[in-house]
Design a protein around this ligand. Structure first.
Ligand SMILES: C[S@@+](CC[C@H](N)C(=O)[O-])C[C@H]1O[C@@H](n2cnc3c(N)ncnc32)[C@H](O)[C@@H]1O
Length: 300
């Protein structure tokens, strides 16, 4: 993989708000279930240190390269675990995790992943159609695009991508894959650009944005992971422990809202409405534009 450079740094979203809920200055056990570049974790550790609080901090990521880079920065202040946060319960059963006073899930991909062409996440950079957060996982974007039945692909692109031209895009994919395997991000992006009507071709967003997001969510089974991850995280909270989730997609936010409401009387929802980024944060970090933060506390 390419070396990290300062421009690869991922700017943590809603950082102060996340830390206000987690309160690492209380001390205790914290789990960052989406360690990424370690931005939230680094700030959480600093806040605990300033307060003289003792913390044990776990960092989990599906992506081994993300863990390596976070470790370069954060060293042994963090206990690193590679895995899906959907498997928090399994990690605990194996003795690799413990009950936590704070858990953070900051969903989606990091700017490092998006900016690394070989990972195939972005239509802006030419690379293999991969999109796996965990490179050991079997399904790639290439297999989804080239082998999934077209009606399934259309569902994915319409539902996850909320793409109104899903039918046209899938028709174009179907025709192209009859002739040859679609292998690269640029091939797919160009196919999409040609499939959508003129007004979508020249809109403010690249016409492939929604389809790429949808395929990424399918490749990594992101909604299924969030669903299982919430159950596991609620189970892992110690009394007084707080779970904070940052979403970037309306389906994810709806899922979190529903699951928090169904969590039961042992839990208090701390965000009646989701917190969103200020205009100032959106100006300095475009990724924060669609962020929604929800938090819940275990009482007893
Ligand atoms: C938005 S980034 C996190 C950025 C991090 N909070 C920071 O400030 O640097 C999301 C990270 O979570 C990881 N990830 C996404 N879904 C995951 C899952 N189900 N289990 C474990 N890691 C996941 C991705 O690989 C990515 O590195």
């Amino acid at each position: 993989m390419t070396q990290q450079t300062p421009s690869d740094r991922h700017t943590p979203v809603l950082l102060n708000e996340v830390l206000e809920f987690l309160q690492p200055e209380r001390g205790g056990v914290f789990i960052d279930g989406t360690l990424g570049m370690g931005g939230h974790t680094e700030a959480g550790l600093a806040r605990a240190q300033q307060a003289g609080a003792k913390v044990k901090w776990y960092g989990i990521d599906r992506d081994p390269f993300a863990l390596d880079m976070a470790e370069e920065r954060l060293g042994d202040a963090v206990t690193y675990r590679q895995g899906n946060f959907a498997d928090l319960a399994k990690l605990r059963a194996k003795g690799h995790l413990e009950q936590a006073d704070g858990i953070l899930l900051d969903l989606g991909v990091s700017s490092y992943q998006l900016d690394t062409p070989q990972r195939g996440f972005s239509f802006l950079r030419d690379g293999p159609l991969d999109m796996r957060m965990d490179p050991d996982q079997g399904v790639t974007a290439q297999s989804v695009v080239n082998t999934w039945p077209l009606d399934r692909l259309e569902h994915v692109i319409r539902d996850y991508g909320e793409e109104r031209y899903a039918r046209q895009i899938v028709h174009a994919i179907g025709e192209a894959r009859k002739k040859a395997t679609i292998r690269t991000t640029h091939e797919l992006a160009e196919l999409i650009r040609q499939a959508v009507p003129g007004k979508a071709k020249f809109g403010p967003r690249h016409p492939a944005t929604r389809t790429f997001q949808a395929i990424r969510m399918a490749v990594n089974e992101e909604l299924e992971s969030v669903d299982a991850g919430i159950t596991a995280a609620l189970d892992l909270l110690a009394p007084g422990g707080v779970l904070v989730i940052l979403t970037f997609h309306s389906l994810e936010d709806r899922l979190v809202k529903r699951r928090f409401r169904a969590a039961g009387g042992r839990f208090t929802i701390l965000t009646k409405r989701p917190l969103v980024a200020t205009d100032e944060e959106v100006r300095s970090n475009v990724r924060s534009r669609s962020a929604k933060l929800r938090a819940i506390r275990r009482e007893a």
